[in-house]
Design a protein around this ligand. Structure first.
Ligand SMILES: *Cc1c(COP(=O)(O)O)cnc(C)c1O
Ligand code: SF4
Length: 338
């Protein structure tokens, strides 16, 4: 059921009206409060439930196993401890040079302008990352500029998160202009899940900001299931590519959500209808609290073989794992390599 309210409502209003109470969420979805075992409320205190109503609207009422719901509903299993699942699986704290900056990959420079996300994904590797203490302020720009200029190999700036599209267009414009002022930068990449969870974020002002930049713009969205991509969302994604913005998708392989070949094949087809190309399929980062989303290695391999055999090459996302300290994401070609 589409609730047309969310197609008319201003995105900032939607961002200020997120669902944060698990019981309200279950009530809207016509699910019993018994869905939440006692630990789930504790889990939600640790990493708050946060979900836009427009995303909840894409969920099936009365279905406790809805693949969109499973990604965001706090779960008592998040509290279990597993030695392999740690708070900072990518050792990002070690790579922090300046506030908000991660420069692990030679030509790409990652800038975090906000710690806020429109949605809290339970499997997120950043769920324990102390962003709030580490955001660049206006006066940090000079240092960031100096850093980039003393690393001439950097030619792409990636805005990541948090989620950069939770920022106002006014703030984005300020940072866009700063980045444009550096002649060595050719590409601006924006990693965001907001176009999927609040499609109205792709408003005329944002499109015009991006299409008038001298930089090549790449938007990498994050969708894990075709049901996230209703017609309205697809039209917003297509609107970006109509303006010569490259739009890619990254997904995470998640137990119970998309851990079968058919679901991944449907996702690729649906993305392509929205003029989006699949980019990465990440295996889960071993972050504390996400163990129940982990897919067994042999199963990953099996699923991926089937995806490879079924799709045109350009619709197959690269299966990758991020390994702390490696100079790039590590491609996985089969069980023996991981
Ligand atoms: C993933 C990532 C990038 C981008 O890598 P690509 O393979 O170019 O998508 C850049 N910096 C950091 C720190 C990353 O984790
Ligand atoms: S939107 Fe991205 S960064 Fe934010 S919680 Fe979800 S996966 Fe993590």
């Amino acid at each position: 059921m589409i609730n047309y309210l969310y197609q008319e409502q201003n995105w900032q209003k939607q961002l200020n009206d997120l669902i944060t109470d698990p019981l309200e969420l279950l009530n809207i979805l016509q699910l019993s409060p018994d869905q939440l075992l006692s630990g789930a409320i504790l889990a939600s205190n640790e990493f708050k439930l946060r979900v836009p109503r427009a995303f909840v609207d894409k969920m099936q009422k009365g279905n406790p196993a809805d693949p969109l719901l499973l990604q965001i509903l706090p779960h008592h299993l998040e509290l279990e401890e597993y030695p392999e699942f740690v708070t900072d699986p990518l050792a990002e704290e070690d790579a922090n040079q300046l506030p908000g900056v991660l420069h692990k990959y030679h030509s790409r420079f990652l800038l975090t302008l906000t710690g806020a996300c429109a949605v809290h994904c339970r499997y997120c590797f950043r769920r324990h990352f102390p962003y709030q203490e580490n955001l660049p302020k206006n006066e940090d720009w000079l240092n960031i500029q100096n850093y980039i200029e003393s690393h001439p190999a950097i030619e792409e700036v990636i805005l990541s998160g948090g989620d950069p599209l939770t920022l106002s267009n006014r703030k984005l414009k300020i940072w866009l202009e700063r980045i444009e002022s550096l002649a060595q930068i050719k590409i601006l990449r924006i990693h965001s899940r907001v176009p999927i969870v609040i499609p109205n974020r792709v408003d005329d002002e944002l499109i015009s900001l991006l299409k008038n930049s001298r930089l090549r713009i790449v938007v990498v969205v994050h969708s894990n299931h075709a049901l996230e991509l209703d017609d309205y969302t697809c039209s917003k994604l297509a609107a970006l590519s109509f303006e010569r913005i490259t739009v890619l998708n990254q997904a995470v392989l998640l137990k119970g959500v998309n851990d079968d070949a058919e679901t991944l094949i449907n996702l690729s087809h649906r993305l392509f209808e929205a003029r989006v190309l699949p980019y990465y399929l990440h295996v889960l980062d071993k972050v504390k609290g996400a163990q129940h989303f982990d897919v067994e290695t042999s199963k990953v391999d099996h699923i991926y073989q089937e995806v490879l055999a079924s799709l045109s090459g350009y619709l197959v996302p690269k299966l990758v794992r991020e390994i702390a300290g490696e100079k790039n994401k590590t491609p996985l070609f089969g069980v023996s390599t991981f």
